[in-house]
Design a protein around this ligand. Sequence first.
Ligand SMILES: [Zn+2]
Length: 226
Amino acid sequence: MTKKRLSIPKSMEKRAFQQAGSRCSFCDEAEVAALQVHHIDGDPANNVLDNLLVACASCHAKVTWGIISETDVRARKRDLATACRNHNQANPAPAVQVTITDSRFRGDIAQNITKIIARGSPRVVHPPGSLGADLRKKGYVDYLISQYFRFKKAEASYGVRRPFNHAEIHQTIQREFGHKTFFMPAEFFDRLVEFLYHRLDQTVLGRNNRSRGVANYHTFEEHIAK
Ligand SMILES: [Zn+2]
């Protein structure tokens, strides 16, 4: 926050967006309003193309909070740069390896390093037994968190002017649960869902909805039926 942030030259920002196909480099989000430019080396003044990666606010928070590892970020950047150089040929981006930052699971997953194939596939390898390894549960938690981001954004239109920090929810989860969001044991799922329901219900929009009998989220059962 206190670091001096030079604004990214428009021409460079445009090149970063072109390289990423104007999508989040991790999840494919294409809504321009959701997209941000991440400084890979953490230096907001280093605005060379090699240091810039387009990410949606949600994935950007995961990067900031180490849920997407720096190794993964750099690998993704290499993919995009290569794919961009070869963009006239229909070359798929090369598979890359991803390492896990959470040392707690290092032993378990050492033999389990997985190849990342294409954009849109899961970018981070989650250890067996973790919440992130259960794709249906992970998908539902992802949904609740993005719902929370939408509600927080909507608060601006209710006159709440406190700056909104996308990493905050992940920080709070780690503090409450003792694990990073998708690295916690899958058994924590129900508790985490309850926690996120509560957070959603406590937003300004969430309280408004409830007073009008409008649901703030669909259930896990409804989610997997989609
Ligand atoms: Zn994203």
